[in-house]
Design a protein around this ligand. Structure first.
Ligand SMILES: Cc1ncc(COP(=O)(O)O)c(C=O)c1O
Length: 422
């Protein structure tokens, strides 16, 4: 069961019990209960430093909070000298609350409200990545009465084939709702120049789970070409925000070559400051989800179900994108392997964690560990079926602590009032 890959992430079985970065995972589950998310700031920082050490041009990492907004990941990115990428007032709020310097915050998103743009203005963030003509007009309106307190950047859609990506994840496509096509973007840059607005950057984000680095190379080339057109208008760009999207293999736990990814933007990095908005690459392998087997259902046709206490409310990306996560047992014991469906308790057929998985013969009360659970899990969680958000535990220096407590029923329904209306 213990593979070389698991060792690379500092997992090991000591006395047949899973440990991560030296911390006994079973002990956490016993003390805090399940389901529980466990995040390693050491793994997260190791990954950030890998980016830092391999990038030989001027850059800023803006960790994408949509992948994981745990305060200790934000604090770790900040401590490494980096910032964050936000897509809502909520994410901007938590970034500032964690003390991220406003000039290390970039704000993207196709539907920023006027209130959110005002919030960016008040905070004085680095870049507002404008995604439509209408949003540009709203920004221009603010500039009539106040000096803009953020740099302007337009999110441009380059003509790149993204057919290999999941249709929900290839967001840089020409027909997607995100960003602005090249012709319109050029017009808006011209307009912003003539209005003396503080144009500082350009932005693109192609999608998520991109494993073919050629896609990044191509985008970088097209962006350089486009930059030539804007600069010929007399506008000096400082920042090129290349988005995020670097993919991982969730089954084999294999990673892309980070240096090769960084080199995709070398042409740009020689002239501009490159902003990376990586999310998944940094956070996915920095988190696990521990769940307990609640029921074992054996006499159900050909299937044997392990019903565990987490499901699509915590790992929505499994049914949403029809993908899988590697699952391993927390305790190793000598037992014959069997074929199982590991499913959650939620009232949907789509509520599964693994189907037809060959697994040790677990019993009720046993624990499972879902790997690569640090990205698009907590941030995509819901209270569907009246379920509570699990706690988030940080492990660091061989110790652990609760960084976000488990929701309780009172908090779940704290927004409701129960007075009968006459
Ligand atoms: C604008 C933007 N930036 C960054 C990211 C982070 O992407 P990833 O987690 O795949 O690196 C996303 C996610 O899709 C995004 O929409």
């Amino acid at each position: 069961m213990i593979t070389e890959q698991l060792g690379k992430y500092n997992f090991e079985y000591r006395d047949n019990t899973l440990h991560w970065y030296g911390v006994n995972i079973k002990e956490i589950a016993e003390n805090v209960g399940t389901p529980v998310f466990i995040f390693s700031t050491e793994e997260f920082v190791k990954r950030i430093r890998r980016l830092k050490e391999n990038t030989d041009y001027d850059h800023l990492l803006c960790f994408s909070l949509k992948s994981n907004n745990n305060p200790y990941f934000i604090l770790a990115a900040k401590k490494e000298g980096y910032g964050v990428d936000v897509v809502s007032g909520g994410e901007l709020y938590i970034a500032r609350k964690a003390g991220v310097h406003p000039k290390k915050i970039v704000f993207s998103g196709v539907g920023k409200t006027n209130e959110e743009i005002q919030m960016a203005q008040k905070e004085g963030i680095l870049l507002l990545n404008i995604e439509s003509e209408s949003e540009y007009k709203a920004v221009k309106e603010i500039s009539k009465s106040q000096n803009l307190n953020f740099g302007i950047s337009f999110r441009v859609k380059f003509e790149i084939a993204l057919d290999k990506l999941h249709p929900y994840l290839g967001v840089g496509k020409k027909e997607s709702k995100f960003g602005i096509n090249e012709d319109l973007a050029l017009e808006l840059y011209k307009n912003a120049i003539s209005n003396g607005l503080p144009i500082e950057g350009i932005h693109f984000h192609l999608g998520s789970q991109i494993k073919d680095l050629e896609i990044f190379r191509k985008a970088s080339e097209l962006c350089e070409n486009f930059l030539g057109k804007i600069e010929s208008l007399g506008c000096k760009i400082k920042y090129v925000d290349v988005g995020g999207g670097l993919g991982l293999d969730y089954e084999k736990l294999e990673e892309p070559n980070l240096k090769e990814y960084i080199d995709c933007f070398k042409n740009i990095g020689e002239k501009y400051k490159v902003i990376f908005e990586l999310g998944r690459y940094l956070s996915a392998p920095s988190g696990i989800l521990i769940s307990k087997v609640i029921r074992k259902k054996e006499k159900e046709g050909s299937k044997v179900f392990l019903v565990v206490d987490s499901g699509m409310t915590e790992t929505l990306r499994i049914p949403l994108y029809k993908v899988s996560h590697k699952v391993i047992p927390v305790n190793l014991r000598n037992s014959t392997e069997k074929v199982f469906d590991i499913v959650g308790p939620i009232c949907e057929n789509s509520d599964y964690i693994a189907q037809d998985i060959v697994f040790p013969n677990l019993e009720e009360g046993d624990l499972i560990c879902v790997l690569y659970a640090g990205a698009y899990t907590t941030t995509m969680s819901s209270n569907y079926n009246g379920r509570l958000f699990p706690p988030e535990i940080i492990i660091s220096n061989q110790k652990y602590f609760v960084s976000r407590k488990r929701q309780d029923y009172q908090e779940l329904f704290s927004r409701d009032q129960f007075e009968e209306q006459t």
